[in-house]
Design a protein around this ligand. Sequence first.
Ligand code: FPP
Length: 224
Amino acid sequence: MNPIKHVAIIMDGNGRWGLKKKKSRNYGHKIGLNTVEKIIKATIKNNIKYLTLYAFSTENWKRPKKEINFLFSLLENFLKNKITDLNNQDIKLKIIGKKKFTKKLNNLLTFSEKKTSYNKKLQINLALNYGSKSELINSFNVLKKNKININEKNISKHLFTKNIPDPDLLIRTGNTQRLSNFLLWQLAYSEIFFERKLWPDFNEKDYNQILFKFKKVKRNFGNI
Ligand code: FPP
C-alpha cells in the first residue's frame, strides 16, 4: 500500500454546477466551498499531512469582474470566520502564488499564515494567483542572478512549494483532463485521477475511493 503525504486538487466545475441548478456560476462557487470544508475534514481523517487546493490561477483574472470579486469575498469571509477554528484544529495555512490582491486581503492572508505557522496536523497550501510557468521562471531567474547551479534541488528550493514534498496524487474534478498550469514541476511523478463529478457534488466517499485506488497503484518512478 502506498503511503499518502500530499494530495493536490484542481477543484473544477463550480460554474457549470451553478448553471445546471438554474442558478448562477457564483452560486456554484458558494456551494463549492462546502466541499472544501468536507475534503479538509476527510484529509485529516486519513492522516494526510499536505493538501494543496487550486483556488485561483493567474489565468482566472480573465473572468468577469463580478465573478472574481465574488470569489475573493468568499475567501475573505471564509478566513475571517474559520481561521480560529482551523488554528484550533492544528491546521497550517500557506498561500502559494503571488499575493497581489487588495491591501485588506493581502493582510488577512499574511495574518492567517502567521497565526497558523506552527501548526502540525495538516498543511493546506492554497494556490491563489498561482501559475506554474511563472513560478518556474522566477526560480530560474533567482538562480541565474545569484550564479547558483541549475539542478533539480536548487530549482525546487526557489518554488512556492519549497520544503513541501511533491504531491503523491492529483485529483481533478469536473470531467476535464488537463493540468491548467498547476504544479507542472511538482507533479512530474504524481498519479493523476480525473473525476467526472463537478466539485460541489464531490464528497468524502468519492475522495476515499480515489485514495484507496491510489494506495494500490504500483509506483515505479521510472524503474520496473
Ligand atoms: C473552478 O471551477 C473553480 C475555481 C476557479 C474556484 C475554486 C473555488 C472554490 C472551490 C470556492 C472558494 C474556495 C475558497 C478556498 C474560498 P470553474 O468555475 O472553472 O468551473 P467551470 O469549469 O464549471 O466553469
